[in-house]
Each structure stands twice: as C-alpha cells, then as structure tokens.
Design a protein around this ligand. Structure first.
Ligand code: ADP
Length: 314
C-alpha cells in the first residue's frame, strides 16, 4: 500500500508500506511493517511527465509553424514568380522595340545596356532566390507531412532495400566514381517508405560530400545489438569536424552553404526525425580528411538472431 506521510519537519514523503503478520502457536502476535521511501522516484516521474508534456507542446508548436509557413509562403512566392516572368517578357519586348529603325540611336545606346544587362541580371538573382525559397518551402512541407503520417511498421529486408537505393543512385555513383560495398545486413522493423528515405539521404550525402583528394569508397554494414539492428554507412569523404557534429542535425544547417554542393540543409534533420519517430537512434563519428560513419539503430526484426554481426572496424 502506498501512502503519504508527514515527517517531523512537516515534509510530505511517499512511502510504500509492506506488512507481514507475526504468527506464534497459530495466533497472530504482532505485525511487522516496513516502508520504502518512493519520494525521489515519484518526483522523477513527475519531472519526466512534465518534460514529455513540454516536448509534446513544442512539437505541436513546430507543427503549427510548419503548416502556416509552408502554406502561407507558397502564395506570395507563386505571385513573385509570375510577376518576374511578366517583367522578363516585358524586357524582351522592350529589347525588340529598341532595335526598330525609328528608335533614336542615343536613346537606344542609353537603354540597351539596362535591358540586356542590369535587368536580366537582377531578374536572375530574383529567380535564384525564389528557387532557393521554393526548396526551403518544399522542405517544410516534407517535415510537416512527416509529422502527419502514421507509421506503417513492417519487417524490412535491408539487403534488398539498400541494393534498390544504390541502384536508384546509379548515375550519381558513376559521376562520383564511387566504389560501393554492401555487407550482409540484418533485417529491422520500420516503415519502408521512411526507412528508405533515411538511407537514401545518407547515401546521397556520402556521394555529395566526397573529397576530390582521394577515391570515394562507401560501405554499409550492420549488426544486431540487443533489441536493435545497428547499421553504419561509412564514407571516405570530406569528414566533419567534431565541433560541427551537433549542428549538422539541425534544420537548414549546412557546413558550407556557399559551396558548390547543392542542398537545403534538411536531409539529416529528416533522418533524425524519422529514426526518432521509430524509437531509434542516429549518430555520427567523423574526422575531417578521413571520412564519416553514420550509424542508425532501429528495432531488429522479430526473427533476427542476436549474433548476426556485419559491422567491422575499418
Ligand atoms: P544538405 O545535404 O542539403 O546540405 P543535410 O542535412 O543532409 O543537408 O546535411 C547537413 C550538412 O552536413 C551538409 O550541408 C554537409 O555540410 C554535412 N554533411 C552531411 N553528410 C555528410 C557527409 N557524409 N560527409 C561530410 N559532410 C556531410
């Protein structure tokens, strides 16, 4: 039985009481009671539940923000794109008018550099900015959808899935001159579409962030550890400095935003959210100039033995 007691100093403590009768010559001669003070664990439970409520509230806030931002930003963006195109057409028309024989030469010489130089250049910047914004909004929509979808867990044959992913990336693999090694992988439980997204992102990044200084080798391995199937996507790419290894998981964070590699800084955030929605974990070990190892732990498949070991140290 659990009941609160008041200590001498007036403090309330939660105590779990257990009692046993003392029996002598078939009669009860007394009772021994002892209590376990559960105050600390009750306080910890309350703190945990407060944190869970807070997390749910923050998630809801993010969800509302994503919904509002992705929907409300799309309309003005489409407007700017439309009017930008109108301006471009007007510029072309103006340029055509300028070439007419009755156009005064002095006026043509003053106006033409604007029509063929300044205006298209400014419109080009506007178009690039819009394309970037479009990418960011699409990213937000993807994040919003992820919060909406119900997981459809099933047993995933990872050997098969990873081969499919690598085949779909055939062009990029060829472009990067990458050598890909797929070890025997344990199965796991998860939503096939979302787990596909996780590993597609990791392979895509391994191909994108390659180091021109050495050949790119990408290896995926996996092992069963306790209740999880733990996978490792290892590359010999640029690597990530230890002080940057927290930032890469954050929304819209890129280590070299002005670099030649295209991206919106969303992939790893999606990876993390998907894996965490599965109750799994994801982390990175990396060294600049050496390469990176991205680890993903997902619940192992029901029939997966615990001894299957594919991760080997490189
Ligand atoms: P994106 O690729 O669109 O920039 P991500 O969220 O997938 O977005 O990655 C965030 C950043 O982490 C990247 O911009 C890059 O700087 C770094 N990064 C991700 N994967 C790797 C990798 N395999 N090797 C080196 N850097 C990486």
């Amino acid at each position: 039985m659990e009941s609160p007691i008041l200590t001498k100093s007036g403090e309330e403590r939660h105590v779990l009481w257990q009692s046993s009768d003392l029996v002598e010559h078939d009669g009860i001669v007394g009772t021994i009671s002892f209590g376990i003070d559960l105050t600390r664990s009750r306080q910890a439970e309350e703190a945990r539940s407060r944190l869970a409520d807070e997390l749910a509230r923050k998630n809801q806030e993010l969800h509302n923000f994503l919904y509002a931002a992705s929907h409300d930003l799309r309309a003005p963006l489409v407007n700017i794109q439309g009017f930008g195109m109108m301006l471009e057409e007007a510029g072309n028309e103006l340029a055509a008018q300028m070439t007419l024989p009755d156009m005064p030469v002095a006026l043509r010489e003053r106006v033409m550099p604007m029509i063929t130089g300044d205006i298209p250049k400014a419109l080009g910047f506007i178009r690039a900015g819009l394309a970037k914004m479009d990418l960011l909004i699409s990213g937000m929509v993807r994040l919003f959808r992820l919060g909406q979808v119900d997981l459809q867990p099933e047993t995933i044959d990872m050997d098969h899935l990873v081969r499919q992913i690598v085949a779909a990336l055939g062009f990029q693999v060829q472009l990067a001159g990458a050598d890909i090694e797929i070890e025997t992988l344990p199965a796991c439980q998860g939503d096939l579409v979302l787990v596909n997204q996780v590993f597609s992102n990791l392979f895509d990044n391994a191909l994108k962030y390659r180091d021109a200084a050495r050949p790119l080798h990408i290896r995926i391995s996996g092992r069963v550890q306790d209740d999880d199937s733990v996978y490792c996507v290892a590359d010999t790419g640029l690597g990530i400095a230890s002080e940057e290894q927290v930032r890469i998981w954050e929304l819209f964070q890129r280590l070299d935003p002005a670099g030649a590699v295209a991206g919106e800084g969303l992939g790893l955030n999606l990876v993390k959210r998907i894996v965490e929605r599965h109750g799994g974990r994801v982390w990175v070990e990396s060294e600049p100039g050496q390469g990176s190892r991205f680890f993903v732990a997902l619940r192992k498949a029901m029939n997966e033995p615990t001894c299957r070991d594919g991760i080997s140290e490189s």
